[in-house]
Structure formats: structure tokens, C-alpha cells
Design a binder for this molecule. Structure first.
Ligand SMILES: Nc1ncnc2c1ncn2[C@@H]1O[C@H](COP(=O)(O)OP(=O)(O)O)[C@@H](O)[C@H]1O
Ligand SMILES: [Mg+2]
Length: 246
């Protein structure tokens, strides 16, 4: 089976810092990949490269068999590669429902100043996305009034509104109280399963990684130093001492 995403020889340095060091990587449909690594290891840089926000100095990125290396983030999103952010990128002056409507309308390139927003998107689709992440009751709330856990869910819902094949989530549980992390991940993963979306998420909490990932990749200094089953990678002595710090 052709990988959903594949990179070859990805390189990117910032001044003297090698943030991506010759990364060859593949992710297949149906996988749930957790990426671990200390701060500054290059996890976000690699996500930014795969989603078009940063251009590599060398290497290629293929999504679903197409070379996307030179494409804009917007074009990449339209191809079915969605993402959520460590700090949710919401439309803070809009309601929760409107945020999803805007996201869906953008995907269809139907967002114009001349038509009411609600007329440009499929209302049933918007409600089903709200329901999917448990935000139906919050539809009329201003997105800026949501607690952090729900802001994270809304960010994921906005990515899901684009009907992606793959969603990359950069630290979906960061900033969320530890007792709420499992509930958040359970909701997100159920939603992704329901929509048959492949996922890749950056996560620091080992319990969350062990529970929700089918595969783990560990980053050190811009390179993938371990990649395998959660059991294998989380018990690797080098990963335990250099990445997990125990
Ligand atoms: N826009 C940038 N300009 C300069 N250096 C950057 C930039 N983005 C990231 N870096 C550097 O690249 C390295 C990897 O950063 P990052 O990808 O954010 O790591 P992680 O997400 O694993 O914490 C770090 O040393 C960081 O300081
Ligand atoms: Mg990061």
C-alpha cells in the first residue's frame, strides 16, 4: 500500500541549528502515530514542513502519492492533510458554530463577503461535526469564552470540517489539566475513528502515548532516533534516558 505521507531526505537548519536532519519518514493509512521528543527536538518544525508552513532546504514530501513539497499550506489542506495547533487557531470573535462554518467554507473556496456564512455550507455537516466532538451545546458560545480543553476540541473540529484523510495534532493536550487529558484524547480519537481519519500527534504524557498510539516515533536533534510499537520505543533504554528523562 502506498504511504499516506512520505518524506525523503528532509533538511532544514536555522542558522547553526539543524532542526530537520535528513528525515526519511512514512505514515500509512489507519496508523495513529505519537511523536515524542524534548523541547527543541524539531517535532513542530517537521510538522510545519509537511504542512507547507516551512519549506525544506532539501528533500521531498509526498501526500497520497503527490509531491506537495512546493505547495502552499492552503493547497495542502485542500488535498486532505489537516492539522491542529499547540495554541488553537480559532476565530476568536466568532461563535463555535461559525468557526466550523468558516473552516468548511474555506475548504470549498466558497467563502465570500456577499453571502451569509450559514448559506455557504452544509448545515447538517456542521452540526454533525459539532456533535462528533461534543460541542453541540456550545455552538452559540464565543470561541474565546471556551475553556482550554474545548478550545482544543474546536481546533480539531475545524480541521475535521475539511474532511481530511490525515490530521496532524501538535500537542493536543498541552495546557489542559492532567485530569482532563484522557477525556479530551478519548473524544478526539473517537471522532477520528468515526471519520476514518489517520492521525499523528505530538504528546509528552507517556500514559497518553501508550494508550492512544499504535506507533511511536522519537525525535532527538532533528532526527528520528526510534520508530516502532509503543512498547518497543517507550522501553528503549536510550529513549528512556534521553527523551523521557527517567
Ligand atoms: N522559525 C525559527 N527560527 C529559528 N529557529 C527556529 C525556528 N523554529 C524552530 N527553531 C529552532 O529549531 C529547533 C526545533 O524547534 P521545534 O521544531 O519548535 O522543536 P519542538 O517542536 O520539538 O519543541 C529549536 O532549536 C528551535 O529553537
Ligand atoms: Mg513543538
Amino acid at each position: 500500500m502506498q504511504p499516506l505521507i512520505k518524506t525523503t531526505g528532509i533538511q532544514l537548519s536555522f542558522g547553526g541549528v539543524i532542526a530537520a536532519d535528513n528525515i526519511d519518514f512514512e505514515l500509512h493509512s489507519g496508523e495513529r502515530l505519537a511523536v515524542i521528543g524534548q523541547n527543541g527536538a524539531g517535532k513542530t518544525t517537521f510538522i510545519n514542513i509537511c504542512t507547507g508552513y516551512l519549506k525544506p532546504q532539501a528533500g521531498k514530501i509526498y501526500f497520497d502519492g503527490t509531491d506537495i513539497t512546493a505547495m502552499t499550506p492552503r493547497k495542502i489542506v485542500r488535498m486532505g492533510l489537516g492539522r491542529s495547533f499547540q495554541l488553537p487557531q480559532l476565530f476568536t470573535e466568532h461563535t463555535v458554530r461559525e468557526c466550523i462554518q468558516i473552516a468548511a467554507a474555506r475548504q470549498n473556496a466558497r467563502l465570500t463577503a456577499f453571502k451569509p456564512l450559514a448559506d455557504t455550507v452544509d448545515a447538517h455537516e456542521v452540526e454533525s461535526t459539532l456533535e462528533l466532538v461534543g460541542l453541540r451545546e456550545d455552538g452559540d458560545a464565543l470561541s474565546s469564552d471556551l475553556p482550554e480543553g474545548k478550545r482544543k476540541l474546536l481546533d480539531v473540529a475545524m480541521a475535521l470540517a475539511l474532511r481530511p484523510k490525515l490530521i496532524i495534532m501538535d500537542e493536543p493536550t498541552s495546557g489542559v489539566a492532567s485530569e482532563d487529558k484522557h477525556g479530551l484524547m478519548q473524544t478526539v480519537m473517537n471522532a477520528l475513528d468515526e471519520r476514518k481519519v489517520t492521525s499523528w500527534f505530538v504528546e509528552h504524557d507517556v500514559d497518553i502515548v501508550a494508550q492512544y498510539a499504535t506507533r511511536v516515533a522519537a525525535w532527538i536533534n532533528g532526527a528520528i532516533v526510534a520508530d516502532g510499537s509503543p512498547d518497543e520505543v517507550l522501553n528503549d533504554p536510550r529513549i528512556k534516558s534521553e527523551v523521557l528523562g527517567n
